[in-house]
Ligand binder design. Structure first.
Ligand code: TXA
Ligand code: MG
Length: 553
């Protein structure tokens, strides 16, 4: 198929030429074809919304999940009764004020709208886009145009005709270039079948503007968080991983100054940065995409998708993004960034202090961690998290089973002894196992650390091998004289002296931890209670030092 590409800005105001091109687009749509169309929000992939076969082609070309409905594009509220039923007066109130514009209303549908368009729902999304070219095309085509955003499913949306060409160019009949999108994020989706109405997707029309006109609206949980597997968002599209570049994204919220500093701490080579203009100079060795001034959300909305898309042509391994606050357009911009990050979000304003606590058996790590709890902190037991993933994640089990066939029983229970024999026989096998474990464990632990507020200790034997030390403000080696350790392990585990020595010698020695960690907490005490008090004072001083350091920046 040959795609026709029309740049309507090229015609330099030659009215006849523009009209001809609009007619050609309308004709293609009437005949069941696909046209990339400009709107003020993002580019759409349009087809006759009343033609099931044409709509099916949209799903094919985008690779869109079948259960994700499309929205209908019309030229004004006078079209509502054609496609919608039980229309509440508030729909007209909203249309009068905000149409044409970035507001999609969810209403009961008429039987004229095929199941293909609504993905079988008894409701339909409908909006009037604010772009003269697309309004003219719809008018001339004479029917509602179903159009999702023109990106292939999962990618960031298209805000220029070039983006559309890149994503679906070879699979559509025509692309109409109407210039870069002026809003830059998709429409706000509002469910009017509920009372009060419910925000399903934040977008180009701020919630505050809607509430000023019609009063309080509810916000769907999918707007601010990733949903658990069994949860269903109001808008089916909100459950999918979305807008994501190939490299993983982490969003850093908080005041612009704090988030910039937080990113600076993580700005290793190979890191990509999305930031406000004022902070771009902090990242001379990174690939930087600027969102615009921190105070200018209009510009940020226009640039956010292009910023996310552009990393795919670079070799960055990881992306960190600053994020505006939730007011006005900020809610939509932040939502797109957070979705791109799979809601992997770190709040740079939180007074989080992460301590990595490590050391061999019998040194007193448990008492030290008790002291962290005494100080009001929390403890993440990495070993417990490992066991939890082991019991819950089939993907994890499969990965282990692939490398070490037969270590699981028929019931899916791990045969620890067998796995132990396999990995301790050969060093490289242990490394394979660790690589698998870290691949699953680290993202989980990173998310737990990011969610922690205040003081938090990571209890990890392999703090350095796993790379978890990166997440810590300080790493602490808990050490103790060998003879004391032997005595403690014998008493604790009711084992012989010989076996206790064997266990201690099988582990890394204190020198190792001492050499790797930022500081050492030596436990030469005979009483666990006394050591717990010592540890309490030790951590108290350490926290003060870290806080002071953070204050100074
Ligand atoms: O700005 C926009 O809305 C752009 C331009 C092209 O108009 N279009 C757009 O379409 O973003 P799309 O398909 O990418 O996103 C539509 C969202 C999806 O999350 C979808 O699940 C939701 O609206 N949606 C559509 N119909 C719905 C319905 N009947 N009930 C609930 N959610 C619906
Ligand atoms: Mg979309």
């Amino acid at each position: 198929m040959q795609t026709i590409y029309y740049d309507l800005r090229d015609t330099k105001g030659q009215q006849k030429e523009i009209e001809d091109k609009i007619s050609a687009a309308a004709k293609i749509l009437r005949e069941g074809g696909l046209v990339g169309i400009p709107t003020e929000t993002v580019y759409g992939l349009g087809a006759d919304g009343t033609n099931p076969a044409a709509v099916r082609r949209i799903f094919q070309v985008k690779g869109r999940p079948q259960d994700n409905p499309l929205i209908l594009h019309v030229t004004g509220a006078q079209w509502l009764p054609r496609y919608c039923a039980d229309i509440p007066p508030v729909a007209y109130t909203l249309a009068r004020k905000f149409w044409p514009g970035p507001l999609t209303m969810i209403l009961k549908r008429q039987p004229t709208v095929p199941n293909e368009t609504t993905a079988g729902l008894d409701t339909v999304g409908i909006r009037c886009p604010n772009h003269p070219v697309t309004l003219a095309i719809i008018r001339e085509a004479g029917m509602a145009i179903a159009a999702p955003s023109a990106n292939t499913s999962g990618r960031p949306s298209c805000t220029t005709a070039q983006d559309v060409l890149e994503d679906v160019g070879s699979r559509v009949d025509m692309i109409v270039d109407g210039g870069p999108c002026t809003v830059g994020v998709e429409s706000t989706v509002l469910d009017l079948t509920r009372d009060p109405p419910r925000l399903l997707r934040p977008g180009g029309l701020p919630v505050e503007d809607i509430e000023r006109l019609i009063g309080h609206i509810d916000v769907d949980r999918a707007v601010n968080a990733s949903l658990r597997a069994e949860e269903r968002p109001g808008a089916p599209g909100m459950k999918y991983r979305h807008y994501a570049p190939k490299a993983p994204v982490t969003v850093i919220t908080g005041s612009p100054m704090n988030s910039a500093r937080e990113i600076e701490r993580r700005a290793a080579p190979g890191v990509g940065v999305i930031c406000f203009d004022e902070y771009a100079h902090l990242f001379p060795n990174q690939v930087v995409r600027s969102l615009g001034p921190s105070s200018d959300k209009f510009t940020q909305a226009q640039r956010v998708f292009e910023a996310l898309r552009s990393f795919d042509s670079t070799d960055v391994q990881e992306i960190f993004a600053q994020c505006p606050d939730n007011r006005g357009l900020g809610l939509a911009i932040g939502n797109r960034l957070k979705k791109a990050a799979g809601f992997h979000v770190i709040n740079a304003d939180s007074q989080r202090i992460i301590l990595g606590v490590t050391g061999g058996t019998g040194a007193g790590k448990s008492s030290a961690l008790q002291a962290v709890l005494d100080l009001g902190g929390s403890v993440i037991d990495c070993d417990a998290v490992y066991h939890q993933i082991l019991s819950e994640s089939d993907e994890f089990k499969n990965a282990i089973n692939e490398k070490f066939p037969g270590v699981f029983t028929a019931e899916g229970q791990l045969n620890r002894k067998k796995l132990g024999q396999e990995v301790f026989a050969k060093r490289d096998r242990l490394e394979h196992l660790n690589a698998i474990v870290y691949r699953f464990l680290i993202p989980e632990l990173e998310a737990m650390v990011a969610a922690a507020d205040g003081l938090c200790a990571l209890d990890a034997i392999n703090l350095f091998e796993s790379g978890l030390d990166r997440l810590c403000d300080r790493t602490i080696a808990v050490t103790a004289p060998t003879e004391l350790r032997v005595k403690r392990v014998m008493a604790r585990d009711h084992i012989t002296e010989q076996y206790a020595r064997l266990r201690i010698n099988a582990q890394k020695q204190d020198e190792y931890y001492r050499g790797k960690c930022d500081c050492e907490l030596n436990n030469a005490s005979d009483s666990p209670e006394e050591f717990r008090r010592e540890a309490y004072l030790f951590f108290e001083r350490l926290i003060e030092a870290i806080q002071e350091e953070k204050r100074r920046g």
